[in-house]
Write a protein that binds this ligand. Structure first.
Ligand code: BG6
Length: 509
């Protein structure tokens, strides 16, 4: 019997070789939006530049604008030139540009979707996309039902044998548990769950995937990664930018729905979960789901949570307006731009260890990090004065912008006296590796085309995350306005008080 020929350059057992997406195309709805221009188009180009897209790849834009293919091409070209990570190469661009198409229409226009079906059929023939198409819904969630229905009506959601169809949805995945469930039902009515890819771009970040390497490739941390040694965990996502230009999306949503429900709870899940039996999607998700099921907000919320809204102030040398002066926000908006919550993870590993999550806009600086803060040594055989300035040991995963890992511990200050102070041992991506990290969207778009769902939260994760957050949101809704904090500071005073009550304090990264 003839043995199947295995191309040694494509041996699927050799995981060092990058996997290249098979014949396929991507359709973007909401292609005129910011996300598409700043992230999606550049990521597609970067993938093409790295040789990870199939030669006949097609990118189709769908929007209301009265554009011809050439106008769309120019928009993609400019977006790539402005935002791509890798250098611009004429030959790569020319090949990519041959596969660009634009379909003009509104979401309720049957003809536009019939036209889209025709364009995709032509691409299958001309470019060899093989009937494999992903639909990226970079549109407000209230447009999901109509677009999903249209895709089904035009015969675009159900693939023929040996073809695939996938749908990508961007957050917000609902506004609360109820709407998230409804949204999942609407999408699952048309696309089976295994064809639904929900984007949480934090999971595409190298430093976030490194949490798995750090925890499960090393022997060093596991013995101390539990309630016996860990005092608490702080997960911080601080941003210095304000919300100018984003009122349409953000007003009425707020910081907790915008990033705690998704990014920060995913970071918590990766930090707290047990070792998965493999990194296959099912095994990884099973562990994340178990930990989210065990997570609950700690009460009473009046003292375990904090929320704030930025007022005018100084960001470095720049004077910036408060939220209520930003264009498009209601003058009496009670949308929070800062949120901090306390969570408990009810497992043997984490019993009694608080997880503090905080995020805010217009804070002192942009930084995302996970700090695992350890208990103090049970006994200090020094004079009291020697350890006056000694803090708690900590392991800090620096997600961004200064990607790396820091270990903090006490060390003797040089000199005759025994004086102990905190020092840091740093690993920095920039120093340790010559390769630059791919953008999160590069990784996630490639995984989408490969049909690799590990880095995409499934419906259960999304619903569990809402379940965790909802009691806090309900409490806030009943209790008036968020507390003002000046731009450029580290948030409202109540956030500091929230930790001070337990004898702890926030890190000042
Ligand atoms: C998005 C939020 O998901 O993440 C934004 O909607 C936030 O409000 C952004 O600014 C931050 O992303 P990054 O990758 O810059 O940390």
């Amino acid at each position: 019997m003839a043995r199947e020929w295995v191309n040694p350059l494509r041996d699927p057992r050799d995981k060092r070789l990058p996997r290249i997406a098979g014949p396929s195309g991507l359709v973007i709805f909401g292609v005129t939006g910011d996300l598409s221009r700043k992230k999606l188009m550049p990521a597609i180009y970067d993938l093409a530049n790295r040789g990870l897209l199939p030669p006949g790849f097609a990118l189709v834009g769908f929007a209301r604008r009265d554009w011809a293919d050439e106008d769309f091409m120019k928009v993609v070209h400019d977006a790539v030139k402005q935002h791509a990570r890798t250098p611009f190469r004429e030959a790569v661009w020319d090949r990519l540009a041959e596969g660009l198409r634009f379909v003009q229409g509104t979401f309720d226009d049957d003809n536009a979707f019939d036209n889209l079906a025709k364009v995709l059929e032509d691409l299958d023939r001309e470019r060899g996309t093989g009937g494999n198409h992903a639909f990226y819904l970079s549109i407000p969630p209230n447009a999901f039902p109509v677009v999903c229905k249209q895709l089904a009506r035009a015969g675009l959601s159900a693939p023929q044998p040996n073809q695939w169809r996938r749908v990508v949805i961007e957050k917000p995945f609902g506004h609360d548990l109820k709407s998230a469930r409804e949204l999942n039902e609407i999408v699952n009515d048309v696309f089976p769950e295994e064809s639904v890819f929900r984007i949480d771009h934090y999971l595409g970040k190298e430093t976030v995937q490194n949490i798995l390497a750090l925890r499960f490739a090393n022997q060093l941390w596991e013995p101390i990664w539990n309630a016996n040694y860990v005092d608490h965990v702080q997960i911080t996502m601080a941003e210095d930018i304000g919300l100018g230009g984003r009122a349409g999306y953000y007003d009425g949503i707020g910081a907790a729905r915008d990033v705690i429900q998704n990014h920060l709870l995913q970071l918590l899940a990766l930090t707290a979960m047990e070792e998965p039996i493999s990194f296959r999607p099912k095994a990884l998700r099973a562990e994340k789901i178990k930990i989210l099921e065990a997570t609950r907000p700690v009460e009473p919320f009046a003292s375990t949570t904090a929320r704030g809204q930025y007022t005018g102030g100084w960001q470095g040398a720049q004077k910036v307006p408060g939220l209520l002066e930003e264009e498009g926000f209601a003058k009496d908006s009670i949308t929070e731009t800062y949120a901090a919550i306390t969570l408990a993870v009810d497992t043997r590993r984490w019993a009694g260890v608080p997880f503090y999550l905080r995020t805010g806009k217009r804070l002192g600086r942009r930084v995302t990090e996970i700090a695992v803060v350890f208990k103090r040594a049970p006994h200090l055989p020094f004079d009291d004065t020697a350890t006056e300035e000694l803090g708690q040991n900590a392991l800090v995963v620096r997600v961004q912008p200064d990607e790396g890992v820091t270990m903090r511990f006490g060390s003797k200050v040089p000199g005759n006296a025994m004086d102990i102070r905190d020092v840091s041992m740093d690993f920095s991506y920039g120093h340790a590796f010559t390769e630059s990290s791919p953008e999160a969207y590069e990784r996630l778009l490639l995984d989408l085309l490969l049909g690799e769902p590990s880095l995409f939260p499934n419906s259960e994760e999304v619903e569990l995350s809402w379940q965790i957050l909802e009691p806090v949101l309900d409490h806030w809704e009943k209790h008036g306005r968020p507390e003002p904090y000046p731009a450029g500071t580290w948030g409202p005073e109540s956030a500091d008080e929230m930790l001070a009550r337990t004898g702890r304090h926030w890190r000042r990264p």
